[in-house]
Write a protein that binds this ligand. Structure first.
Ligand code: NDP
Ligand code: MG
Length: 389
């Protein structure tokens, strides 16, 4: 039995992960669950999976959890980052799936690494914010980080242990989101409801907006840098609207290896849970004749400047990726609230990055300090942009 903890079990990835557990109940056991605010769903999951330990984001959510159902036999670990840390480092856990949104789970990922748990990583923000710290800790403790993000999972499969010296470049595919092909001038008045209509994937709200701005791909470029040790100028992005090719690796002799599959996150989640083995899964085969054609195109960084900003942050390294990620989280939340325009998301990020004096971020404390500064600054810039509207 592989014993797993899921951070963010009530979310899109978390629920897909539990579906993978259902399909492989003879091999996977849920030992820990953590969620944010959805006490009713976590209570139902606890009743079904009987984990040893559970946590929620706030004390209020934990109160609601206790009212919603029996937690007998389950250790309630507490709230906030401490609760996540307790779930991720529980002695009975073998694999921690980090699938919570935001960056609250950063300390929990580091704690899991220190306790030598295998990390199945869906959350890319953690690597964008502290990729150096996380990957150094993983190397020090001999811990494997298995990417669940579909592109990185694809690249992991294509690389198949191949040495970096044989890799010429990584090619991340991007669906292009709901606004693919539209010029910048057309995007000023789009609403959150428009942006939430992703053409190929069903995901949480924040990542769906990131897909519409192409920031998701920008964050993934930085994620790929840390996961695979490849420089930004060796990571390309290609628009591929059908999302059939999940990503590719070009080797030094010019040969390109691609991973293809249906658009269902149960595939990369199961890969991470079963690695290095492969299990027969419940997913349908990909019907290529039905897919018909596969298109590829250059990304339009004038309409979607967030991708360019992410490359810039990665090139500058040091604290700029922390700023990029924090400003983006603030801007996306304000856009979802209806208080910031779609094209202002990139402006908030760009202006926050411009106002930042890059610093070394070798410790968790410095990362968190830069993150806090960037969030405050991004809020101020957003307020100014709103006054202009
Ligand atoms: P969702 O918004 O659907 O789910 C987020 C989950 O995180 C929920 O369970 C939520 O709990 C939980 N959560 C939020 N804040 C906290 C907190 N402070 N403490 C504990 N739990 C918390 O997001 P997704 O599942 O779509 O995405 C999750 C992560 O995976 C993101 O980083 C995303 O970038 C990444 N990812 C997602 C993909 C997808 O297909 N969805 C694909 C690739 C990567 P609650 O709902 O109870 O408040
Ligand atoms: Mg992805």
């Amino acid at each position: 039995m592989t014993r797993i903890a899921i951070l963010g079990s009530t979310g899109s990835i978390g629920q897909s992960a539990l579906a993978v557990v259902d399909a492989h109940a003879d091999r996977l056991q849920v030992v820990g669950l953590a969620a944010g605010e959805n006490a009713a769903l976590l209570a139902a999951q606890i009743a079904q999976y009987r984990p040893r330990i559970a946590a929620m984001a706030t004390g209020d959510a934990i109160d609601r959890l206790k009212q919603a159902g029996s937690t007998a036999g389950v250790t309630i670990a507490g709230s906030g980052r401490d609760g996540l840390v307790a779930v991720a480092s529980h002695p009975d856990v073998d694999v921690v799936l980090c699938a919570s949104s935001g960056t609250e789970a950063l300390e929990a990922v580091l704690a899991a690494i220190e306790h030598r748990k295998t990390i199945a990583l869906a959350n890319k923000e953690v690597l964008v914010m502290a990729g150096g710290i996380v990957t150094e800790a993983a190397a020090r403790y001999g811990v494997v980080i298995l990417p669940v993000d579909s592109e990185h999972n694809a690249i992991h499969q294509c690389l198949h242990g191949r040495p970096r010296s044989e890799v010429r470049r990584l090619i991340l595919t991007a669906s292009g989101g709901p606004f693919r092909g539209r010029p910048a001038s057309d995007l000023t008045s789009v609403s959150a409801a428009d942006a939430l209509k992703h053409p190929t994937w069903r995901m949480g709200r924040k990542i769906t907006i990131d897909s519409a701005t192409l920031m998701n791909k920008g964050l993934e470029v930085i994620e790929a840098h840390w996961l695979f040790g490849v420089a930004g100028n060796q990571i390309d992005v290609v628009i591929h609207p059908q999302s059939v090719v999940h990503s590719m690796v070009e080797l030094t002799d010019g040969s390109i290896i691609a991973q293809l599959g249906v658009t269902d996150m149960r595939m990369p989640i199961q890969y991470a849970f079963s690695y290095p083995d492969r299990w027969a899964g419940p997913l349908p085969s990909l019907n290529l004749a039905k897919a018909g054609r596969l298109d590829f195109d250059e990304p339009d960084t004038s309409a979607f400047p967030c991708l360019r900003l992410a490359y810039r942050a990665l090139d500058a390294e040091r604290s700029l990726p922390v700023v990029l990620n924090a400003a983006n989280e603030i801007a996306v939340a304000l856009f979802l609230d209806g208080t910031l325009g779609f094209t202002s998301i990139a402006r908030v990020i760009e202006q926050t990055m411009a106002a930042h004096v890059p610093a070394e971020v070798g410790t968790l404390a410095t990362v968190r300090a830069v993150d806090l500064w960037a969030r405050e600054h991004a809020r101020e810039i957003a307020r100014e942009l709103e006054l202009e509207r």
